[in-house]
Write a protein that binds this ligand. Structure first.
Ligand SMILES: Nc1ncnc2c1ncn2[C@@H]1O[C@H](COP(=O)(O)OP(=O)(O)OP(=O)(O)O)[C@@H](O)[C@H]1O
Length: 255
């Protein structure tokens, strides 16, 4: 299933937040949204996920969701959002229980997503026993358990230290390479965008408009740490964003 955004605009009261966003999110691709603070990235993600109705324009779901899909759109948040009293298995199981899936069928799905996120040995652990990176892997496993058409990821690595972020990027690349998933991935971090994004959408400062859509053809599995090709793309992205980011920052200081 692809997602198509057609001329999305949105305002909160008198504040215009998004302006005329038209964008395709093709199945099996990771589309990163980058842009200065407050430019409307999370708002756009909420609009795609149906948590907010856009003031203008529409979000189209094109084609059928994948077989066995329980939720076409599912979120992965920065703060993991795990239930502390449930084990790793219990946290993943929750989303299946919501759909009445129990016993053997649930066990098969949970075993599969824990294996894919390299958590099989930690199925019985509680969140408080896990590092930040592992907690986020649980959140990703939980998202994968509903076999979503699109994972909406809102700065999923930004609560983690830089080494853990690198490790988790490697994990996401391995996960996607084994079985491609579709994601809209919001990040502030341009290094993350060039490692993970097939398509990087650069938004202007508020109201967020599309400045440029940058495609990166290099396969994810070949994108290595400190890759000079990626550095060039990252530099280009920063050149696009620098003035907007400075203006946005000065605007925030004025508030
Ligand atoms: N529910 C709301 N009501 C009113 N204003 C809101 C609401 N949600 C967001 N905003 C405002 O809309 C603008 C865009 O917010 P949003 O969180 O989408 O931006 P962002 O690009 O994700 O920001 P950041 O990069 O800082 O996380 C901001 O000025 C924010 O204060």
């Amino acid at each position: 299933m692809d997602i198509r955004l057609e001329a999305i605009s949105h305002a909160y009261g008198d504040t215009d937040v998004l302006e005329d966003i038209t964008l395709d999110i093709p199945a099996g691709r990771i589309v990163c949204l980058v842009g200065p603070s407050g430019c409307g990235k999370s708002t756009l993600l909420r609009i795609i996920g149906g948590l907010e109705r856009p003031g203008a324009g529409r979000v189209l779901q094109v084609g059928a969701p994948p077989e066995g899909c329980l939720n076409p759109l599912t979120y992965v948040f920065q703060d993991f959002a795990l239930l502390p009293w449930r084990t790793v298995r219990g946290n993943v199981s929750l989303v299946l229980e919501d759909h009445g899936i129990r016993r053997a069928r649930a066990r098969d799905i949970i075993d599969d997503v824990l294996a894919r996120t390299k958590l099989s040995d930690f199925a019985g652990a509680l969140p408080k026993q896990l590092s930040g990176g592992m907690k986020q892997r649980v959140a990703i496993a939980r998202a994968l358990a509903v076999n979503p058409a699109v994972m909406l990821m809102d700065e999923p690595l930004s609560a983690l230290d830089s080494q853990t972020r690198e490790l988790l990027m490697d994990d996401l690349i391995a996960l996607w390479t084994r079985q491609p998933f579709t994601s809209v991935y919001v990040t502030h971090n341009l290094a993350e965008a060039v490692r993970l994004g097939h398509r990087i959408v650069v938004l202007s400062r508020r109201p967020g408009r599309i400045c440029e859509v940058v495609e990166i053809d290099k396969p994810l599995a070949e994108r290595l740490y400190a890759d000079p090709d990626l550095d060039d793309v990252q530099r280009h992205l920063w050149e696009l964003m620098r003035d907007e980011a400075r203006a946005a920052e000065e605007e925030l200081i004025d508030v």
